[in-house]
Write a protein that binds this ligand. Structure first.
Ligand SMILES: C[S@@+](CC[C@H](N)C(=O)[O-])C[C@H]1O[C@@H](n2cnc3c(N)ncnc32)[C@H](O)[C@@H]1O
Length: 230
């Protein structure tokens, strides 16, 4: 069986990468501008945009690409009272998407600005976090329907909101204080036990999400490989 190589761009500590690896058919290499010694697979410290240019030039050979460009510019933490922070962060999404399209390879972009071709949340996988995430599929497609595939949440996210305490089956896996999750609670809720760095856990995509998308990606890669071979 073919093992497909996938570049995991903006990898951080590899929440997304680990989910792809769990398919048993995808071999991720993480690329991050910051050294990430806890990344659990092959890792290269490198700029994602430069890496995409090297893929286009044929210097790096892969079968598929995942990218999680930093989302601070648009995420909820930089809306409202924190909106003035937005300009401090770059928006890597447009250039990343353009370059990924230019590779011609099947790709997945996870970012709040991404076209929501697939929208996943923790409840769909029985996790202890909600963490809705948009995934845009580049140069391929799969069947997904939010109304049909999304699961009703079992309750609320545990923590304080506007001074009032709410209990619930999900933890708030971001920030500090106000009943937010401890490091161990974040690890358990997302199924990520190879890092205990709060920032890395806060940034991570639960591996269950990319395990699901990776399965669809493998079906696509198998189908297109067969087409080429025929
Ligand atoms: C949202 S996190 C990715 C989370 C990751 N997908 C996961 O599931 O664990 C974004 C990452 O992009 C990295 N980053 C920021 N600018 C970058 C650049 N120019 N090239 C590569 N990585 C970059 C940050 O260091 C951070 O680790």
């Amino acid at each position: 069986m073919t093992l497909y190589r996938i570049a995991d761009l903006y990898s951080c500590a590899g929440g997304a990468g680990w989910g792809y690896a769990r398919t048993g058919r995808l071999k991720p290499t993480g690329y991050d501008i910051v050294d990430r010694p806890r990344y659990p697979l092959d890792f290269v410290q490198a700029d994602a945009v430069e890496t995409l240019k090297r893929i286009i030039a044929g210097d790096i050979v892969v079968d598929a690409i995942h990218a999680s460009p930093p989302c601070q510019k648009r995420c909820s933490l930089t809306r409202g009272t924190n909106a003035h922070l937005a300009d401090r962060y770059s928006d890597f999404y447009p250039e990343t998407r353009e370059l990924m399209e230019a590779t011609g390879l099947p790709g997945v972009i996870e970012n709040p600005s991404a076209r929501p071709d697939v929208v996943l949340c923790g409840e769909m996988f029985g996790l202890g976090v909600i963490r809705h995430r948009n995934f845009e599929l580049v140069n391929w497609t799969t069947d997904f329907n939010y109304k049909r595939d999304h699961k009703k949440h079992r309750g609320r996210v545990r923590g304080y909101r506007h001074g009032e305490w709410f209990d619930g089956p999900y933890v708030a896996a971001y920030g500090n204080g106000g009943g937010k999750a401890s490091v161990q609670e974040m690890q358990d809720a997302m199924g990520i036990h190879w890092t205990d760095v709060r920032e890395e856990l806060t940034e991570a995509i639960p591996p269950a999400f990319t395990h699901w998308i990776g399965g669809r990606l493998v079906e696509h890669l198998d189908a297109t490989t067969l087409e080429v071979a025929a």
